[in-house]
Structure formats: structure tokens, C-alpha cells
Design a protein around this ligand. Structure first.
Ligand code: NAD
Length: 368
């Protein structure tokens, strides 16, 4: 049975879905893996590395494929009817494609729908890519700030450390905190979840306490704020933002646009040379006025808007993503063949279309 790995075509997408070390494992499990020439180039994997891992490099990897692995979704018309795809698949914004996939009998698995349960941790691509993005956010902030992050005590005098504030302390935020700490900054973090304060402290940062109720919804995720709460939270965060040399925001609420945590007026109170990095820019933004993929000036600060940030470190992001995808394929393999068990919670959770039907409830409702 063939697994195809394609060259990504979405603008700015530098990752690849499978890397050689995972392919070796899939070949040993009985699969044929076909890779499009140059598929791994931007992620620093050569065609010869794929060949050495036992893959076939061919211009037509998708032909006869049972499974097509990619990072971004492929258009339905390039997929063999009856095949399965494994990629990120933001179903809510791709309803026409969902209908076309249903009609072509394509089985669609969306990596962002892997349930956040212990058994699925090795398949959790949202977490693996958030980790990469959080690290990158810290490095962008350190690189753009025209100051040291660490304290420097020298014979020529003492330079104080940078003050960093991180809003949103999920996977990306905690990684940003850890990276800023390693670089020597003084870091404060804030999140609305009850467990977050302890997690922030465990990274060696100060947990900001606004003395507001925590906001937790289903599955331990954050709930959306009411407008009153949002207003109060912004007011209470204003002095922390004003005192920061670098502000990193990573807040998200599943299925909703990113919460607006920082107004333009708050950014205008930051000192000359300050840096704001908004990882949520491509889902609405935590910072008013941010633009995904660009740097804009607001007051004295430069505001960097993230866009597909994990792809900015394509080699480690691809490696982690490939392990996630490889583990999904392994879960769906029975006796050397691709045979997903739709009674399995993970398989069912991540399946959008199958056998001429839309199985993902919210997407089915949106199409009705
Ligand atoms: P996410 O990307 O959905 O959100 C990022 C962070 O923003 C979250 O910590 C959230 O609480 C925070 N946030 C939302 N609204 C906010 C606001 N108004 N102000 C400040 N912060 C706000 O989250 P994520 O990083 O994917 O993970 C969040 C939770 O899921 C964590 O509890 C994490 O430990 C848990 N998780 C569990 C698993 C697992 O069990 N397999 C895997 C990954 C994450």
C-alpha cells in the first residue's frame, strides 16, 4: 500500500509531512512510500535522504496512493477517489472542499482534531507545532529588541536584564517563557486557566495575579471572556504591558477568534524600542492593529504579527509533525495495511469525511 508525500504548494509553507526516520519505520511496517522530488528541500531533507530511507522519489507520488500525507490540505481533484488524506484541515473554512471530498469518496483526517487525551499525545500536532512557534516567538522578540535579554555585570558597568511579559501560557506560551528565561530575561506570564499560574512558576517566571476569576471551559481549555471581563483584564494588564521591553502574546480559545488582550492605547504606553510579538495574529490577533506576516509600528513599539510561525523553523517542525503523522498512520494500520478503526476515539475524532459522508459533526451541520 502506497503512502504519498507531496511538495507543499501553499505560499510560505516550508514544512514537509514525513521525514526519512519516520519513513524507515513505515517501510518496515510494509508500506511503499512515494515522495515528490524536492518535497523536503525547504525542510533541509534531500531526495537522496528519502531514497536512503527506502522511499521512491517520483513526480507522481499520489497516483495509486492509499494515503496522502501533507501539511496543508491538497485540492480534492488531485486525490485518487477512495484515498485517505492526513494533513491539517481547517474544515470550517473549507466547506466547498469538504463537499467535494465527500463526493469523491475521500477519507479526510484533520491533524488539528486529534483528541487531547493521553493516548494521543504522540499524535498531537497542535502541541508539537505550538512548541516550535513559542520558541520562535521568543527568538524573534530577542532578535528585534535592541537590548540584551540577560543581566550583564561587567567592569564597564551593569546592564539590567530585559523585562518580558507573556500572555497566554498554553503550549506555545510556556515554551516562549522557557526560552526567554534561558536567554536571561526577567519573565512574567498570565493566563486565565487555573492550572496556568503553577505552570508559569515551574518555568521560573512570575505568574501575574490580576485577582480575577479563572475562566475554564470544556476539557481544561479557556472559555471566551465576556466584554466586561475583557475590559477589566485589559485595564489590569496595562501597567504590566507598559513596563515590558518585550510582550509576547499566544492566547487562543478553541473554535473562536483569538481574544483581544492588548489595545493600541496599551501598546502606545510602551517605551521606545519595545517589541510586541503576537502569535495569534493569523487567528484574529491578541493585539489591536497587528497584521499577520508583517511588522507594524504602534507608538514606540514594533508589533510583529505571526503567520504560520511553526513553518519558520521548518526542519524541527517537520520532524515533530512527521512523528505525529507516522504515529497516526501506525494507529490506523492493521496487518500491514491501512485500515482505520472508526470505533477508535482518536480515529473518529479526527475524521472529517469518509465513504461519501461528512462524519465531523460541526462541519456536517455547517454544510446542511
Ligand atoms: P490554546 O492554543 O488553545 O490557547 C493558548 C492559551 O491561551 C491557553 O493556555 C489559554 O488558557 C490561553 N488564553 C485563552 N484566553 C485567554 C485570555 N483571555 N487571557 C489570557 N490567556 C488566555 O491552548 P493550548 O496551548 O493548545 O493548550 C491549552 C490547554 O490544553 C493546556 O491546559 C494544556 O496543558 C492542555 N493540553 C493538553 C494536552 C493533552 O492532554 N494531550 C495536549 C496539549 C495541551
Amino acid at each position: 500500500m502506497r503512502i504519498a508525500v507531496v511538495r507543499e504548494v501553499a505560499p510560505g509553507e516550508a514544512r514537509v509531512a514525513l521525514v526519512p526516520e519516520v519513513i524507515t519505520r513505515l517501510v518496515a511496517a510494509g508500506y511503499e512510500v512515494a515522495v515528490e522530488p524536492g518535497a523536503g528541500r525547504t525542510a533541509l531533507v534531500g531526495d537522496e535522504d528519502y531514497t536512503a530511507a527506502g522511499a521512491i522519489v517520483t513526480e507522481t507520488p499520489v497516483a495509486d496512493a492509499a494515503v496522502v500525507a501533507s501539511v496543508q490540505p491538497l485540492p480534492p481533484d488531485v486525490l485518487p477517489s477512495g484515498s485517505a488524506t492526513i494533513s491539517f484541515f481547517p474544515a470550517g473554512s473549507r466547506l466547498t472542499e469538504v463537499a467535494a471530498r465527500r463526493d469523491r469518496q475521500i477519507t479526510t483526517f484533520g491533524m488539528e482534531y486529534v483528541p487531547r487525551i493521553s493516548r494521543a499525545q504522540s499524535m498531537d500536532a497542535l502541541s508539537s507545532q505550538a512548541l516550535v512557534a513559542g520558541y520562535r516567538a521568543a527568538i524573534v522578540a530577542a532578535g528585534r529588541l535592541r537590548q540584551f535579554f540577560p543581566l550583564n555585570m561587567t567592569a564597564a558597568g551593569t546592564i539590567p536584564p530585559a523585562q518580558v511579559v507573556v500572555l497566554g501560557a498554553g503550549v506555545a506560551g510556556l515554551q516562549a517563557i522557557a526560552t526567554c528565561k534561558r536567554l536571561g530575561a526577567v519573565v512574567k506570564g498570565y493566563d486565565v486557566r487555573a492550572a496556568a499560574a503553577e505552570e508559569i512558576r515551574s518555568m521560573g517566571a512570575v505568574a501575574i495575579d490580576l485577582e480575577l476569576p479563572t475562566l475554564e471551559g470544556a476539557g481544561g481549555y479557556a472559555r471566551e471572556m465576556t466584554e466586561d471581563r475583557a475590559e477589566l483584564q485589559r485595564e489590569l494588564l496595562t501597567p504590566y504591558v507598559a513596563a515590558a521591553d518585550a510582550l509576547i502574546t499566544t492566547a487562543a480559545v478553541p473554535g473562536r477568534p483569538a481574544p483581544m488582550l492588548v489595545t493600541r492605547t496599551m501598546v502606545e504606553q510602551m517605551r521606545p524600542g519595545s517589541v510586541v510579538v503576537d502569535l495569534a495574529a493569523d487567528s484574529g490577533g491578541n493585539v489591536e492593529g497587528v497584521q499577520p506576516g508583517s511588522v507594524v509600528a504602534i507608538g514606540n513599539a514594533q508589533v510583529w504579527g505571526g503567520f504560520n510561525v511553526a513553518s519558520q523553523l521548518p526542519a524541527p517542525a517537520s520532524r515533530l509533525y512527521a512523528h505525529n503523522v507516522g504515529n497516526v498512520i501506525t494507529l490506523m494500520t492493521r496487518d500491514g495495511a491501512f485500515a482505520p478503526d472508526f470505533a477508535d476515539e482518536i480515529v473518529a475524532g479526527m475524521c472529517i469525511t469518509h465513504a461519501g459522508d461528512v462524519l465531523h459533526g460541526p462541519t456536517r451541520d455547517a454544510l446542511a
